[in-house]
Design a protein around this ligand. Structure first.
Ligand code: SAH
Length: 233
């Protein structure tokens, strides 16, 4: 039997998957991937876009949809269902992969599936990948942290005052899911003009990638889901 592999896809550019991740997807019999339902018969999935660009046979790719409602019990139910489906495939002796964008162990909700399978004593394996903020630093040509600097990664839920406090204490701050705290970030920009704000959208995604460190552009922008910030004092 083969352990169920949690394969990190990297942030969006197909070439940024690791060789180990690619080999695992090529060898897999079935690949579960996250998708969003946009219409009754249409889905959108960045994970599937990456898999397709890697020339992986899409016939073995199985979408899963996790409801994003405030009621987390619906999402948990969906994760349990996917865990069961993955377990069934595993028990047939098939090679099962479950994919996630960026690194599969970094703010990735598929950890619910990972934990559920682990509790069922199903062997699992996490294949590391490049998280979006690392690819963002490379895109901007910045050194994210140097020498004695400390890095603070936060998940987009923060007030302007707390954010200002972190920046003024000299920490380098990465804000994931920055769309959730747009107002706090914009207030912070106006209050700490000496800091440098690096703003990123859709890093590695063709025709959608965007980067700026011009504060007037950031203030005018509506942050989409796939956006993040790196802030230096
Ligand atoms: N596992 C992912 C993070 C998932 S959380 C990783 O390792 O990077 C989802 C958040 O990640 C998004 O809200 C956004 O802040 C960030 N993100 C993921 N992919 C991105 C991309 N291509 N460009 C910019 N931000 C991205």
């Amino acid at each position: 039997m083969y352990p169920i592999a949690f394969v990190s896809l990297g942030p969006g550019e197909a070439d940024l998957i690791t060789l180990k991740g690619l080999k695992t997807l090529e060898a897999a019999d079935c690949i579960f991937y996250p998708a969003t339902i946009i219409k009754e018969d249409a889905i959108s999935s960045r994970a599937l876009d990456i898999i397709t660009e890697l020339n992986i046979d899409s016939k073995k790719a199985i979408p899963f949809h996790v409801p994003m409602s405030k009621d987390r019990s619906l999402a948990i139910e969906a994760y349990h269902r996917i865990s069961q489906e993955a377990e069934q495939q595993y028990l047939k002796g098939l090679k099962v992969a479950i994919v996630a964008e960026g690194d599969a162990g970094f703010y990735s909700s598929i950890h619910y599936i990972f934990d559920t399978l682990t509790k069922q004593n199903i062997p699992v394996e996490h294949i590391a990948g490049i998280p979006a903020f690392i690819a963002s630093g490379a895109l901007a040509g910045i050194h994210i942290v140097k020498q004695e600097e400390e890095l603070n990664v936060i998940p987009g839920i923060i007030s302007a005052n707390d954010l200002i406090g972190k920046i003024e204490s000299g920490k380098v701050v990465v804000i994931m899911k920055v769309s959730q705290c747009q107002e706090a970030v914009k207030e912070c920009i106006s209050k700490i003009p000496t800091a440098t704000f690096h703003y990123f959208e859709n890093v590695g995604v063709k025709d959608k990638e965007y980067y700026t460190n011009h504060t007037h552009e950031i203030i005018a922008r509506k942050f989409p889901y796939f956006s993040l910030m790196i802030i230096h004092q």
